[in-house]
Write a protein that binds this ligand. Structure first.
Ligand code: NAG
Ligand code: NAG
Ligand code: NAG
Ligand code: NAG
Length: 637
């Protein structure tokens, strides 16, 4: 007995000596409206959860994994992963689970009280405050909000050094994710930005109403129609694969399409083959997403109508379009809520959704959606989103977590497309950065767009048919109403696929700006990757025709072309094209784009970047030359 006891004691002492206590997280300040009221009672019970770190999630590993299935010269090109393989590859290891559970029991909590989640992502125990404080070398306090709501938290906590690599997050700890009533003034938070027109989004801009649709191909400089786009990009294709293929368009409630407008558009613009009158997208509702008809105006219907009218027309009635309608009418939603629905493991990884930026479901207000949709949807082959943030709206950690998730979609063979923004080198709202990181309209530092700066998505900028020019003339970077979003990331390093073209852009067309204005090292991710027309789109909107502008238009058009390339590949038994960036930047695809060499993307009091021969951070590699792209992609495995 005695011998055993002293042996155990020796082991504990040894572990402590080997593994010093390390601070894992610390809050810099209390969120406004909260104050500390007292030490928490030592015998109170906390639902303590340790979120384990995912292995293989660092940038270089992700890039390597993606290149293996997406690089045209890789022997594994097109061998996309199953969802199970993705889940297993990024699941915490048995070793991590063992290290954390052993450490907890070494500290006196019987192993029987410690639970491991099925995905191995979480280790959970109901701990007394005294136990949690001993494990985490911290103190828990009770805080009270001005509204009377209470919350338990600590200011900082520690973990033994040998546990640190295995743990991403501990809850409850420093965070104040106590959801207050959404309408209360203290939480005019940003988390429903995406679902609210005008903030945090890339909204298309409406200029004037259209009384007569002009004879199409002769007037593409003043009115863009599906026929103009088909002529510009050689995009004539009648699909054959039908429901074996898929194209997803993402909208955030309360954005909603108007069914009558889809029919009006289909009446005036015929597509290839069967009529689209009466055709609707297939609704995939996420977190209570509804096509609301309570509020109708350009702000509520413009984005959805634009995306769906063009996407559906261009892929024709033979190809179903899926509408990912995300978020209920109360809470709204963000990109992470969409990603949760596409990958169940994302719901909780690294602590799960962030209450300041994401919708938190279940939404417990009256009328709110009472579930949290995790892993309910098999992602479409191509997913196009015309919404975006300024990179600086979000933390590097938040964007890295989300960006890794786009890489996982790439492994599954999904092409993820985002519009690049409508403000040139400025961010949404014309905001530019100041040296202290704040964003103001008079800032001088370029303000890149996210998710476009994530190297694992494909970002689409905007071009125009020049005033007075013919549809057969070369396009320029868009400089009517909007400017093509583009530039250099402040958060993400340059991916392999861009290294050569960015080096040559910086060498041959050095931007005339100081290195304080943008990251000029050539070591950061640049965007967009591609471009397509974004000016003068005729859309049916609230019973009329109007003209709209934006990379919002460009993204679903490129998505439609890529969807038709998937159709051709699927029809002959090949795989979808998946993550396209390593392919489109490869030498074989050099001639498959119409290079845009005229125009800039002004912002922040400058002309922005200049287009150039080859790649530029205004229009990327150029606009698609559909027949060339189709031919090249059919040659690939
Ligand atoms: C913690 O206690 C609650 C309430 O008794 C129970 O529902 C839950 O399963 C417990 N969790 C763990 C990890 O033991
Ligand atoms: C749309 O089509 C209808 C029916 O053909 C026609 O009367 C109308 O003028 C067209 N609208 C425009 C704006 O050209
Ligand atoms: C530029 O970007 C690279 C890659 O992200 C980074 O390592 C470097 O620190 C950045 N330079 C500046 C001046 O911000
Ligand atoms: C370049 O673009 C401008 C508009 O941005 C246009 O007026 C001009 O004609 C274009 N020049 C050429 C050579 O395409």
């Amino acid at each position: 007995m005695l011998a055993l006891f002293s042996l155990a004691l020796a082991a504990v002492v040894a572990a402590q000596t080997l593994s010093p206590s390390v601070q894992h997280a610390k809050r810099s300040q209390l969120p406004s409206g909260w104050s500390r009221v007292r030490r928490h009672a030592p015998d109170a019970v906390l639902p303590l959860r340790f979120g384990l770190a995912q292995p293989n999630i660092d940038f270089n590993t992700l890039e390597e994994l993606l290149n293996d299935v997406s690089h045209p010269e890789s022997p594994n090109y097109g061998n996309h992963w199953t969802a199970t393989r993705v889940a297993e590859h990024f699941a915490p290891s048995d070793e991590a689970v063992h290290a954390v559970t052993s450490w907890i029991s070494e500290n006196g909590v019987p192993r029987g009280r410690v639970h491991v989640s099925k995905t191995k992502g979480w280790i959970m125990l109901n701990a007394t405050v005294a136990e949690a404080e001993a494990l985490l070398n911290t103190q828990y306090h009770v805080y009270e909000h001005d509204s009377g709501k209470q919350h338990v938290a600590c200011d900082a906590y520690n973990l033994p050094a040998h546990i640190v690599p295995h743990v991403e997050v501990v809850t409850p700890s420093i965070d104040f994710n106590a959801i207050l009533s959404k309408r209360s003034s203290s939480s005019t938070s940003t988390h429903i930005k995406l679902g609210q027109p005008g903030t945090g989004t890339v909204n298309p801009k409406l200029t004037k109403s259209v009384s007569t649709i002009l004879h199409e191909l002769e007037n593409c400089n003043t009115q863009i129609t599906p026929a103009c786009l088909r002529a510009l990009y050689g995009f004539l294709y009648a699909p054959l694969a039908g429901s074996k293929n898929s194209y997803g368009i993402v909208e955030y409630t309360p954005q909603a399409y108007r069914p009558a407008d889809l029919d009006m558009f289909a009446t005036n613009f015929s597509s290839i083959g069967k009529t689209l009158i009466g055709a609707r997208p297939v609704l995939a509702s996420i977190d209570g997403g509804v096509v609301q008809d309570i509020s109708e105006s350009f702000d509520f219907n413009g984005e959805s109508n634009l995306d769906l009218e063009y996407a559906m027309n261009l892929v024709t009635a033979q190809q179903p379009v899926t509408l990912y309608q995300v978020g209920d009418l109360e809470m709204g939603a963000s990109f992470n809520n969409l990603l949760d629905a596409l990958d169940g493991s994302f719901c909780t990884f690294e602590g799960g959704d962030d209450p300041t930026n994401d919708g938190i479901y279940p939404d417990n207000v009256a009328g709110g959606y009472q579930k949290d949709d995790c892993g309910i949807i098999k992602p479409a082959n191509v997913i196009s989103t015309s919404y975006g943030y300024n990179e600086a709206d979000l933390s590097p950690a938040y964007t890295a977590r989300q960006c890794a998730e786009y890489a996982k979609l790439g492994l599954l063979g999904v092409t993820v497309i985002y519009s690049s923004g409508d403000n040139g080198v400025s961010g949404n709202g014309g905001l530019c950065l100041n040296p202290d990181g704040t964003q103001t309209t008079d800032g001088k530092i370029f303000n890149p767009s996210f998710p476009s700066t994530c190297p694992f998505v494909t970002s689409i900028g905007a071009t125009q048919v020049n005033p007075g020019a013919k549809v057969t003339d070369p396009e320029s970077a868009c400089n009517q109403v909007i400017f093509s979003g583009g530039g250099f990331s402040n958060y993400f390093p340059i991916p392999d696929y861009q290294k050569a073209v960015v080096a040559s852009y910086l060498k041959n067309s050095p931007p005339p700006y100081a290195s304080t204005v943008f990251n000029s090292t050539g070591l950061s991710r640049t965007y967009p990757d591609l471009a397509a027309n974004g000016a003068n789109y005729v859309i049916a909107i609230d019973g009329q025709f109007g003209l709209v502008f934006g990379t919002s238009a460009s993204a679903p058009v490129v998505g439609a072309m890529l969807t038709m390339i998937n159709d051709a590949r699927i029809t002959i038994g090949k795989t979808p094209i998946g993550f396209i960036n390593p392919t489109i930047y490869s030498p074989a695809f050099r001639g498959a784009f119409n290079d845009i060499t005229n125009g800039t993307n002004p912002g922040c009091g400058t002309s922005g970047f200049y287009t150039a021969k080859g790649y530029d951070p205004v229009t990327g590699l150029g606009t698609p030359n559909f027949p060339r792209l189709l031919a090249e992609w059919l040659l690939l495995k």
